[in-house]
Design a protein around this ligand. Sequence first.
Ligand SMILES: [Zn+2]
Length: 510
Amino acid sequence: MADKTKKLKTEKKSIDSLLKYPSHNIAFGAGIDKSEKSEIIIKFLASEKSDDKKKNDSEAPILKQFPFFAAGAGEVVKSEKTWFAGVGALDDLTVDVLGLALISIAKDAAKSFVSVTVDFDEKILKKIAVDKIARLAITAFGVAAFPVDFLKSKPESEGIKLTSVNFNVSGENKKIWDVIQEPYSRLINHINGMRQVQSLPANYITPETMEKRARAMAAKFGLKMKVFNRAELEKMSANGIVSVGKGSVIPPRMIVLEYTPSKSASKLKTLAFVGKGVTFDTGGISIKPSSDMHEMKYDMSGAAASIHAIAAVAEMKLNIKVVAAIGLAENMPDGAAIKPGDVYTAYNGKTIEVQNTDAEGRLILGDVLSYVDKNYKPDFMVDLATLTGACMVALGSYYAGLFSDHAFLRDTLSHVSAKSLEPIWQLPMGPLYLAQMKSDIADYNNIGDRWGGASSAASFLSVFVDKSTPWAHLDIAGIADIKKGFNVYPAVATGFGVRLLTELALELSK
Ligand SMILES: [Zn+2]
């Protein structure tokens, strides 16, 4: 506990100290025997029917000592030795309801206790599969113990006490729990690492400091790293990345991290993660309205997810090759910035008329996708990008949009989404959308019609990927940063994608 406090203390708030890789100190356990050692037992309880919430006047109140407690969702009563937390009516209980109850309590407990025991009502364990509860609970406590408020003069992160969490499960349930606990307790640092990078504003996180972060991660997790600077990108005609970065004093770059398992006897599959890393998006000359523009520091979330997921894969030593490639740029208006109507030649030779400089993510991704596709010939390629407001209009903040023409990859992603509990929802793409983006003077322009903007953006990306490459695009504009927490996602930076991509690598490595 003392250690953790020290680690997070940042006297000067220098970028180096702010970017120290998270290392959680929570020892997770499962089993009933240890419960007495804990300072507190947190019992999660459900009520039987929706009606119970109205008045708890049935013959058997849920808690005799607290007859007013109806176990409603979010309802909590605290006694000296036990906290009781409601998850609401069993009929209405979902992963989202349970996740929110878990993370809310975990935030409170992490500040208050060194060791806690967590107990679930049998009814809850019967309603939601134990492996799902394990994933939610471990993630919730891990995330709750890492508040991303480092820039406050008195950060909550300095007051975190929690070092031990024991889950009261036994028999078959404990066996299932243990299987999940092993990988998920490792995933926490990487989810928090992503949240840490997401949360820092754009005067801290730039293409330059993202490179620094990637370099430190490559050293820590044994990854090979290549950096392409602006001159190299120009030379290889990766002009989408170059064009977007032209208005900034900090030059753009592309970074490629590679993980190769040490014992690779048979021919291994290669999985590629591609991420959009716009460390700040003003919109460029097609400048955005100023309200909420500060949120554009999250426009690097796809890149953050990609590099933190490859770190998780490396730490777990999964038997699959992984490449994580990110395009980094700041999209700024300036005398040198790209202008609406300018035409550039992309890495794959296609010419693009930039009709709107705020549709810049696709220009960067186009180059990174075609670079990875050509040079690594991946068996599977998934890109993550905070790409379109249109995706948020369609799905709100609760899902990432999934776009793919490849049935196996699409099905596998849906499968690992259900497993990891990171929600995705399929939306269409294809020639009808791409037809809207024909330019009069170049091969394509970068914006489609007013409607279906998420689908036209995805279809534009397809121009940069060989038809034979299994590829999927995830638009995470809605879920990367959220105004209000849901499931085990805290407001604002969610860390979305690290669990999903790691579970994907795990699935494809089998
Ligand atoms: Zn933009």
